[in-house]
Design a protein around this ligand. Structure first.
Ligand code: 9WN
Length: 511
């Protein structure tokens, strides 16, 4: 483990635990600190550890230094100038190799913006960024007013939707990077109640299909915003009129790489309606509602639940109930979303009750699950390497969508290009299931293409040409993470690592 942080740990305030009656109050947390208050600044990152790929390491570290705001990391200075939820989790996973303190701070800042009902908002807005720098801006979401009943914080503005729950996995990996520092700061003890409340929110308020899996209520919640998997359920949504909003993303990206105006109108309509309902979940779903069970979102929750079990264990509990719940959820995932004919997990439209017949990369992400039946893991590997995703044949990185699908477009947002976070997840999945050679090849491809594309947000899956923003946060962070992994390594040591079989039990989330 590379220990490059030059920051001395000192105890800081506590995050207030969340629960059904918790007030969104924070006491003396790191989020209030400015550089110089014990929170590391760019100068605390060592750029030149002795690694074989020193210059790639240096360049990735520089991106993270440049995107650091003092308490968290923006995905991109131009296109995404605030803190995003799953971006921060991926960033923390890479930052832990440079500065475990800064990685802890990244997650703590996000968790401070948690709502009283347990949800972790997908954006935490930086008040010093002009309102027109990103749309939808805080005055669209109006979180502290519209979200009051759901317990939105008063002192920080956020969005009201969520993103995939990668956070407990990130917290566990960050802890493992420097357990001494983590214990000295009481890191796990402070984040655990918040992470537990986050999972509770998802499992209890978002089981809209009634079968045990979490539903997303907006394409942005799943993180793969413009995937063709949403086209069918989105087609029922009446778009908001184009004149009612002004997109900011087109100032930074080519229109042909971004979602269409029609799709944007639908995103805006869904978000505005959710806001106008006070961000309440579990209302009676109308025929035009958007509610989808997604395999990647649920797989990440399961992996994070295993990580939470490990955190509980570190804090003195057994973790058994959480491991059991994760195993139970994995069985439900297979039961509800596995499509043996396509050898892929599919999304399920909760409103119609039917599977969505599109092949998206999210259907491969359950490869991360340690308890996946062996034949399903093998089938997923075949699918990744087959004609629909082309890994190792026509592509070096797994594309976001079916190469043979009607909606495939190598450049348009989540409709074909390859992203680095999904490839990082699949690299871990391959390693976990004993596919070392394929995992090594994918690792090498991520490193080559991330470096050559100047840490692009996403790339053409055939040529590796950069699309979207460059110097993108999670691309740099996950490059660092892979640089610190030994090629040829076995199963990754994460929340999803070797899980002892336990008897499933009902209920209980105390670890
Ligand atoms: C909406 C920040 C985010 C990522 C998402 C990605 C994109 C936002 C947008 O950028 O979404 O949340 O404006 O398109 O799709 O995965 O978290 O990097």
């Amino acid at each position: 483990m590379d220990r490059t942080t030059r920051v001395t740990a000192r105890p800081i305030g506590r995050l207030t635990p969340v629960g059904p009656s918790f007030p969104p109050v924070l006491t003396g947390t790191v989020g209030a600190c400015a550089p110089g208050d014990g929170v590391p600044g760019p100068a605390d990152i060592a750029y030149d550890p002795a690694t074989a790929a020193g210059s790639l390491h240096t360049r990735a570290a520089r991106v993270l230094a440049d995107n650091w705001t003092g308490t968290s990391t923006v995905p991109s200075r131009g296109l995404y100038p605030h803190q995003w939820s799953w971006d921060s989790a991926f960033v923390a996973i890479g930052l832990r190799h440079l500065s475990p303190l800064r990685a802890q701070t990244e997650l703590e800042t996000l968790l401070e913006a948690q709502w009283a009902d347990g949800r972790l908002p997908h954006i935490v807005f930086n008040p010093s960024v002009p309102l027109d720098a990103y749309f939808p801006s805080p005055d669209f979401w109006r979180s502290s007013a519209a979200g009051r009943a759901a317990g939105a914080p008063r002192t920080v503005q956020t969005s009201g939707i969520v993103q995939p729950p990668v956070h407990a996995l990130a917290a566990w990996l960050v802890h493992r990077a420097d357990p001494g520092l983590s214990r000295a700061r009481g890191f796990l003890a402070r984040v655990y109640p918040r992470l537990a409340a986050w999972h509770r929110y998802l499992l209890h308020r978002r089981d809209l299909g009634g079968g045990g899996l979490v539903s997303i209520v907006h394409p942005w919640e799943q993180g793969m915003d413009n995937s063709p998997c949403w086209d069918l359920p989105l087609s029922r949504v009446v778009p908001a009129p184009a004149r009612s909003f002004r997109r900011a993303d087109l100032a930074h990206g080519a229109p042909e790489d971004r979602p269409t105006d029609l799709d944007y109108g639908r995103y805006v309509r869904l978000a505005a309606e959710y806001r106008d309902r006070g961000y309440r979940d579990g209302h009676a779903m109308g025929p035009n509602a958007f509610a989808v069970e997604d395999p990647a979102f649920n797989a990440l929750l399961i992996v994070s639940e295993h990580a939470l079990a490990r955190i509980a264990r570190e804090l003195g509990a057994t973790g058994t109930a959480r491991h059991a719940r994760a195993q139970r959820l994995a069985a439900v995932l297979v039961d509800r979303l596995w499509d043996p004919a396509r050898s892929l997990f599919l999304c399920r439209d909760v409103v119609s009750g039917r599977p969505i017949p599109e092949r998206g990369v999210s259907g491969l992400v359950p490869l991360l699950l340690p308890t996946l039946p062996r034949e399903i893991a093998a089938a997923l590997v075949r699918t990744a390497c087959g004609p629909h995703f082309g890994l190792g044949r026509t592509t070096r990185l797994v594309p976001s969508y079916d190469l043979l699908g009607e909606a495939f477009d190598p450049h348009r947002y989540w409709r074909g290009p390859a992203w680095f976070n999904t490839n990082w997840l699949l690299e871990r999945g391959l390693r976990l299931h004993g596919e070392r050679d394929r995992a090594d090849a994918l690792r090498e491809a991520v490193l080559d293409i991330a470096g050559a594309s100047d840490f692009a947000e996403y790339v053409d899956p055939f040529t590796g040409a950069a699309c979207g923003a460059t110097r993108f946060g999670w691309t740099a962070a996950l490059t660092l993470d892979l640089l610190h992994e030994r090629p040829g390594a076995g199963a990754p040591g994460c929340g999803a690592g070797a899980v002892k079989p336990v008897k499933p039990v009902k209920g209980g989330d105390r670890g």
